[in-house]
Design a protein around this ligand. Structure first.
Ligand code: ATP
Ligand code: MG
Length: 356
């Protein structure tokens, strides 16, 4: 299989972890005889420095002409005082918008080797393997009006929770299709006992469910979902929810693993061009010191193989290699309380490559 991958390493540890992911993908490509071609583009702070904009036109074109996009992280103290239009984060929001990346996917998995830093202990740590599918381009964060008003002579403010049928359909379709490739269960999270948008959401979920007879659909109220994620996270396979609920639940769920450095994400569009990035940011405090945990970025590469290229065996090989290295007791500094006993970014990458 021949694929062109746009790599936007960005700033800080973005570069270090992107290098790690590329090395692992190259190794997988060699092993399984795929021709992965990597082409680099500028985004964020480095793009501001070199081109005067956080998202140069060439970067957008590079992405559009590629089969998938791998992104590191953007930002850093150097650009913190910039005007809003010249902030590195604008590059990230810009590329999401340009590519219409409406579905944010965050898989959450526990590792027995990370018991010490995960809030889950004992047997519970063994079998958590869930994915949160968050609607990313509508809902409460985009509804109009959103403004300060005067109501009955009093100071007030209004935000609007607004969803179009099509927006709900496409995110639910994403979730059902994901469940088909996993364990066949979708938990649709809403607040249908109170919110009108949630009632529409629930109706559409029911309609779509008949198109996916191999998937079991359950509904859960968001307050209950927040509790169940802590009480028994192993009950979930695919959780799908609107923008704000997803924002909160995905942060809650991500901490089950134990470290920000472990977590991958995918942002999917309907065009077939998707973007993959770790959940963490550019970590200026450890940038350039070979201390970053590359696993979140490497696992983002595995998601790319799975969701963009349908290379399931290859994706599993990467995930297994990561687990194997962690199980053998090797860890980066964020995964241990023991200052002496950690390995560096590049060593972690080597370890993972060795057991692919
Ligand atoms: P952003 O706004 O870009 O998301 P942030 O302010 O949320 O960034 P991060 O850059 O993600 O913050 O860093 C938060 C903390 O987590 C920092 O102390 C950083 O060193 C640590 N951290 C983040 N990613 C990693 C990683 N891959 N390996 C080790 N530590 C990390
Ligand atoms: Mg952050």
């Amino acid at each position: 299989m021949k694929k062109k991958i746009a790599v936007l390493p960005g700033d800080g540890i973005g570069k270090e972890v992107a290098n790690g992911a590329i090395e692992v993908l190259k190794a997988i490509g060699q092993y399984y005889k795929h021709d992965f071609e990597f082409e680099f583009g500028l985004i964020g702070g480095e793009a501001i420095d070199k081109c005067g904009t956080p998202l140069p036109e060439e970067t957008i074109e590079l992405c559009r002409s590629s089969d998938a996009v791998l992104l590191g992280a953007v930002g850093g103290p150097k650009w913190d005082k910039n005007l809003p239009e010249l902030r590195p984060e604008k590059g990230l929001l810009g590329i999401r918008k340009e590519l219409d990346l409406f579905a944010n996917i965050r898989p959450v998995q526990t590792y027995k080797a990370l018991q010490e830093i995960s809030p889950l202990k004992g047997e519970k740590i063994e079998d958590v393997d869930l994915v949160i599918v968050r609607e990313l381009t509508s809902g409460l964060y985009f509804g109009k009006p959103s403004e300060r008003i005067v109501s009955d002579g009093e100071e007030a403010a209004v935000d609007t929770l607004f969803y179009k049928r099509k927006e709900i359909e496409r995110i639910l379709e994403t979730a059902f299709q994901m469940a088909q490739k996993r364990r066949g269960k979708v938990t649709s999270v809403d607040k249908a006992n109170v919110l009108t948008t949630s009632k529409l959401w629930r109706e559409i979920a029911e309609e779509l469910a008949s198109k996916y007879p191999d998937v079991t659909l359950e509904h859960m109220l968001v307050d209950n979902a927040a509790m169940q994620l802590i009480r028994m996270p192993s009950q979930f396979d695919v959780i799908v929810t609107e923008n704000m609920f997803g924002d909160i639940l995905s942060d809650e769920a991500s901490m089950i693993t134990g470290s920000l450095g472990m977590l991958p994400s995918a942002s999917l569009s309907n065009s077939g061009l998707h973007l993959y990035e770790p959940v963490h940011g550019s970590a200026p405090d450890i940038a350039g010191q070979n201390l970053a945990n590359p696993v979140g970025m490497i696992l983002s590469g595995a998601l790319m193989l799975r969701y963009s290229f349908d290379l399931h065996e290859e994706a599993r090989a990467i995930e297994k290699a990561v687990k194997h290295v962690l199980d053998s007791g090797k860890c980066t500094r964020d995964l241990t309380n023991n200052e002496g006993a950690f390995i560096h970014t590049t060593e972690m990458v080597e370890e993972i490559k060795e057991v692919l």
